[in-house]
Write a protein that binds this ligand. Structure first.
Ligand code: ACO
Length: 311
């Protein structure tokens, strides 16, 4: 990485709807049960409700407060989402207005990979002169889910996570980034206008482990680290078995992985920041640690970054 100006995350926050939907709740209306969902996915419950802008505003406000920054100090809101409130305008604009931010606003749609893509884009903006950015990962997949059908509905949840990133002279926290896509696989996970989320779960599972392992390995090598120097893994939360399989292939003990899927399900763009903030709030992520974030999603897309926490 050749950059004279990097970034440091100075604030973070999350927002999740109040309504909890458990596996037992789902089994009342669908031919499914807690044992199957838990064993196959690791999910016990998820939060359902709200809008992408509403959750994004709440998470963004919490991140600004934690960073001790005013809205007028933010140069741009970058929202990773695959469930915008409307097709046009971008939901980042609604969040910008809701928070009273005076800078720019745009959405990034890379499905479940979106937050890592957005973080990478943010570092690009810092490198060319931006001072402070609000990066949010937020999705309300419940709004594009067919609740009468069990294959997708047992997986999804709603939520948001946000970070404030501030420019510093020198390389900052980001040691490396890796982004990728294979658009020929876009049929595996899709939602047409006005339709419901469709996915080929088995095929995504198979491909996800491979792309995550490749992307994460490249990012760690690019950071000049070996896998045993990674202190914490913050993976996309799509399925506990995918996280487990990826850890095994990366040679990372599962204890290094942050897992919040049991509480939130798959929240798409929000899943990595929800896990990141959980690690911060529980004291698992502390200055001096190397944290690897890695995700995959519709497109197919994948992305990984390595951050040296604390700058
Ligand atoms: N409850 C109970 N039984 C079920 C359910 C359910 N919800 N769904 C399927 N089954 C049954 C099937 O009918 C099948 O029965 P059979 O053996 O009698 O035919 C059996 O359980 C096994 O079904 P599979 O589809 O083979 O189950 P699998 O182990 O592949 O797990 C899952 C399915 C959880 C979807 C998994 O494939 C997966 O997690 N894939 C990856 C999903 C993913 O990562 N998506 C990316 C993002 S998704 C997003 O963004 C929303």
């Amino acid at each position: 990485m050749k950059t004279q100006r990097g970034g440091v995350i100075t604030g973070w926050g999350i927002a999740v709807p109040d309504k909890i939907l458990t596996n037992d709740d789902l089994s009342k209306t669908l031919d499914t049960n807690d044992a199957w969902i838990t064993e196959r996915t690791g999910i016990k419950e998820r939060r359902i409700g709200g809008t992408t802008s509403g959750l994004g505003i709440e998470a963004g406000r919490a991140a600004l407060a934690k960073a001790g920054r005013r809205p007028d100090e933010i140069d741009a809101v970058i929202l990773a989402t695959t469930t915008p409130d409307q097709i046009v305008p971008g939901t980042a604009a609604t969040i910008q207005d809701g928070l009273g931010i005076t800078g720019g606003a745009f959405d990034v749609n890379a499905a479940c990979t979106g937050f890592v893509y957005a973080l990478t884009v943010a570092h690009g903006l810092l490198a060319i002169g931006a001072e402070r950015l609000l990066v949010i990962g937020c999705d309300t997949l419940s709004n594009i889910t067919d609740w009468n059908e069990r294959s997708v509905s047992i997986l999804v949840g709603d939520g948001a996570g946000a970070v404030v990133i501030e420019a510093v002279d020198g390389p900052g926290q980001l040691l490396s980034w890796n982004i990728g896509a294979d658009g020929s696989l876009r049929h595996l996970l899709k939602c047409d206008h006005g339709g419901f989320l469709y996915m080929d779960g088995k095929e995504i599972f198979r491909k996800a482990v491979r792309v995550v392992v490749d992307s994460a390995s490249q990012a760690v090598a690019e950071a000049g680290l070996t896998m045993d120097q990674v202190d914490l893994l913050v993976p996309h939360q799509a399925n506990l078995r995918i996280i487990d399989a990826a850890c095994q292939r990366l040679g990372l003990p599962m204890e290094k992985a942050v897992v919040v899927i049991d509480r939130y399900g798959n929240t798409s763009s929000a899943s990595i920041p929800l896990a990141l903030v959980d690690a911060l709030d529980t004291g698992r992520l502390t200055p001096g640690m190397n944290v690897l974030m890695t995700g995959f999603g519709g497109g197919m897309t994948w992305a990984s970054t390595v951050l040296h926490w604390g700058g």
